[in-house]
Ligand binder design. Structure first.
Ligand SMILES: [Fe+2]
Length: 297
């Protein structure tokens, strides 16, 4: 291996096949392709003016609306030309250290399976639509692409310090649920968790309920998050350069040594040092969120 390739001590679990790191992409039938097309159409109606410009441009550069589930080989060829990334199929969730290994080598692991009509609106496990439509367009942005690689490398340090929860929070509030203020007053979504579903696209950028707070890496890594409902708080970056800088320039050794065992801040908290874009009413969360049938206002 050349020196610039990030390596990790990986051992194949006994019960899986030799292609465990890189299985073949699933063959999709016409109903799977139709589900992709319908999801694509629905999202593209919601996204203009709400999704980050880089994301919208990414969907065009990669022509994700060409019809049916994209073929990863072709997608990787195109992405490789733009930022040196590729998309590799994985069977559902993979172990943390394998996930970090992929990212550190500019490989984005994407779930193979696609949701059904029954789970069309909401699915908790990441399927191929979430992973490819939600994540891959942003990888066409050179600075964001570098951030993702750095995140993968950071994963190894977090594992050594047993601080995966803290680093996971950074992923959650940026890669999955991040917002960007492109111009003063013009806040848009770049997080895949937001952009791959219909409700949070509107809620995250327009609703009164959630807090919107400028990103501070130290603060975010001390903040709890909710995985099965709309977020009570979003963190906003001013540019992808800002996100990259804040992350690579942070001394994570020092940070991890200073952290307590759990999260310091609730996901609803607004604290003194926050630079607040929107102090939310938290109405949706206080009414009980998803389970209560509360409106995402
Ligand atoms: Fe995701």
């Amino acid at each position: 291996m050349p020196d610039d390739v990030f390596t990790a001590p990986l051992k194949k679990p006994e019960h899986v096949g030799d292609d465990w790191l890189e299985p073949k992409q699933t063959i999709y039938d016409s109903e799977d392709d139709a589900i992709w097309d319908d999801l694509f159409k629905r999202q593209m109606e919601m996204l203009p003016g709400r999704a980050a410009t880089a994301f919208m441009e990414g969907t065009e550069k990669l022509d994700l609306g060409r019809g049916g589930v994209p073929e990863f080989g072709k997608l990787s060829e195109e992405l490789d030309k733009l930022t040196g990334w590729s998309v590799v199929p994985v069977p559902m969730l993979i172990p943390d250290h394998v996930f970090f290994w992929h990212l550190a080598n500019r490989r984005f692991p994407a779930g193979n399976f696609i949701r059904t009509r029954e789970t069309f609106d909401y699915i908790q496990e990441p399927d191929v639509f979430h992973d490819v439509f939600g994540h891959v367009p942003m990888l066409t942005d050179p600075v964001y692409a570098d951030y993702m690689q750095e995140y993968g490398k950071a994963g190894w340090k977090a594992m050594r310090y047993n601080r995966l929860k803290a680093l996971g929070s950074l992923y959650w509030y940026t890669v999955e649920f991040g917002l960007i203020e492109e111009k003063p007053g013009d806040v848009r979504a770049y997080g895949a968790g937001i952009l791959s579903g219909p409700t949070e696209v509107v809620y995250s950028v327009e609703a009164e309920s959630p807090n919107r707070i400028m990103l501070n890496v130290d603060r975010v890594m001390r903040t709890d998050y909710v995985i099965s409902d709309l977020q009570p708080t979003y963190f906003v970056i001013s540019s992808f350069e800002d996100l990259y800088r804040q992350t690579v320039e942070r001394d994570f050794d020092k940070l991890y040594k200073s952290l307590g065992p759990g999260f310091t801040y609730a996901n609803t908290a607004v604290i003194d040092v926050d630079y607040v874009v929107n102090r939310g009413s938290l109405e949706y969360t206080l009414r009980g969120g998803r389970g209560s049938g509360a409106k995402p206002v």
